[in-house]
Structures are given as C-alpha cells and as structure tokens.
Write a protein that binds this ligand. Sequence first.
Ligand code: SF4
Ligand code: FES
Length: 372
Amino acid sequence: MIPAPWALLAEVTHACPLHCPYCSNPLELVRKSAELSAADWARVFGEAAELGVVQAHVSGGEPLLRPDLAEIVAAAHRAGVYTQLVTSGVGLSAERLGELLDAGLNSVQLSLQDARRPGSDLIAGRVSYDDKERAAKVIRDAGVPFGLNVVLHRRNLDNLQEIIEVGANWGADRIELANTQFYGWALRNRAALLPTRDQLDRAKATVAAWRDGHGDRPELVWVMPDYYEGVPKPCMGGWGARSVTVGPDGTALPCPAAYAVPDLAPPNVRERSLAWIWAESPAFNAYRGTDWMTGPCRECPRREIDFGGCRCQAHALTGDAARTDPACSLSPDHHLIRTAAESADEGTVAVPLVYRRPGAVDSTDGSSRVSG
Ligand code: SF4
Ligand code: FES
C-alpha cells in the first residue's frame, strides 16, 4: 500500500518576467502553446483531492501570467484543496489578488532576491524590487497568510540580517530561507552562487539570534544547505513519498528537478489518471522506498531517514540517479562535492551569471550572461 501524497506542485506556466539564475524550472522550458488548459487543471485538482492531496502550490514560472488563473484557483478550491500562490509579485495588484481570493485562494508566497533594490534586481535579471514591495503591501492589506521565500547563495548570504528585517517590515508571517540546491540552472551557475563555509556559519548564527530575540515573528524556516554538512537532505521526503509535481504541459514528476533524470519516461496527466501515475507509473516507482539502493545506502542505518539523499543531484553530478547522493560523506563520489566546496572557499573572482531564459545555456553570443 503506497501512502497518499499530501502536496501538489502545479506549475501552471514556465513563462516568467524574472530570470533568476537558480530557477527550479528545467533548462528546456515548456512553450505557452503546450500548456494545460484551466479545464485540464480542474480535472487534475479533482483527481489529486481524491488521491489525498490537501495542499497545492500554484506556481510557475509566474502563475499571474495565466489570464485564467482565477479559474484554475477556483477549481482547486472546489476540489477542497488548500491553495498557495507562489509568485514573484510582478503583476500582483489589489484587484488581481481580490479576484484570486474570491476564487478561494488561501495564502501567498512572494519571492525576494535580496534585501536591497540593486542586489535583488541583479539576481532577478530585471528591475522588480519595487513591484515586490508593492505586492507585499497588497498581500498584507488583504490579510491573507503571507510567506516570503528567499533563495540564499554566495551573493546575498552576508545580507541575511537585513533580508529578515525587510521581511518583518513587509509583514511576512513566515520567511523561508532556502539555501540554493544545485541542479538545473543553479548547477550551471554553481561557481557564481556556491557560498563559503564561513558565510553559512554566520548565516546560521544570524537565524539563531533572530529566533532568540523575536521568537516566530516572523517564523524563520532554514532550508538546509548540503555542500558542507557531509549529510544529505531527505529530498522531497523521499522519492514518490509525499508530493507530485505537474508541469505546464501535464508532465508528472516526483520532484520539479526530475525532468533532467534520463530514462524516467515521465507520465502525463493528459494520458493517465493521477492515481495511476502515483501508484503504478515506472517513473514514480523508480526510486521509491529503499529497494533500488546500491552502494553504502543499502546497509546504512540512515536509509529510511534520508532515503539516500537527492536523486536529481546524484544524476547531475555522477550521471547515475541510482548512486548515493555525493553530498553524503559515505558516498564514493563525495569528492565531487568537496572539491566544489573547496573552490568556493578559495574563490574571489566574480563569475558571470547565466540567467534563466529559453536557450540561455546553449547561447554562444553571451547575450544572456551578465556580470554581477
Ligand atoms: Fe544516507 Fe545513503 Fe549516506 Fe547512509 S549512505 S547517510 S542512507 S545517503
Ligand atoms: Fe529531485 Fe532531489 S530534487 S530528488
């Protein structure tokens, strides 16, 4: 008996006004013409609710770029699923938020790239800080639960105290401090974004001091970095254990980065029910549980705690998703992580960012590369 998933990540579009160099979308972005319709999403939310899903993160790209977003949110609401809008804030007016709340939206998560305008706009790849500040006011004025998400890396970790203060001033209930996970776009930008051990130690001390002084106002969530700990993260709570990602074209995956794992033959909600996808599809069963494990994981007492770490990171770094996550100090591939971390500790040269844009990684003219 496979336990039900509780969360659905609904990536309703890959279109986005921002170009963050750590974007969790795949390197190959889905075209608008291939996106699921609102009626398709209504069916997906209905099937998800039947399966046991209680929460949907309506994400992208930038979901506000879907003119029919209220219709999509209303369908999730009708299915009885709690919905959170995950947004850059660009385009979030009071009218638009009102329309989404009327449709049944339950909470909003706004992204912020850095504490101040220049740093935030540099990482976003366009002027957007003021839009975010305005969006924060709109969310706060509406009285809806408000989370701020900040991806942390080499270029903003030293501003953490100020980032938390901005979040508190903007009225966030919760600030998710998400240390960059290095696959996809972020792996492409690893040399520019990987922090030093000292930066992370200082950041942890900042979080501890804030919690001591302010309790949970706002609540700080520290998403563990894994390049310096020697301990892998229990990625997604285990493969096919808690959550389903459905991409803009209906591709269903156990996590948003799994597009890059070869030979998965990911199923599509246009062709299969979510119940079949969850329980029967080879893609969701490929690394579920512990039977697939090889190497040190097979005998390890932590195998039901961290599930061998992250399959996407194992594939990205070793070419084999079935290997132990190189973040683990017991992995025979751990040197791949150690060497990168040592270079980050030594590195002083500013490395250009490769921004998330269609074709950016294959660009030969350098037009998508901007030095920061
Ligand atoms: Fe986790 Fe595998 Fe490392 Fe053990 S060997 S700690 S199960 S990744
Ligand atoms: Fe895919 Fe970790 S990001 S399993």
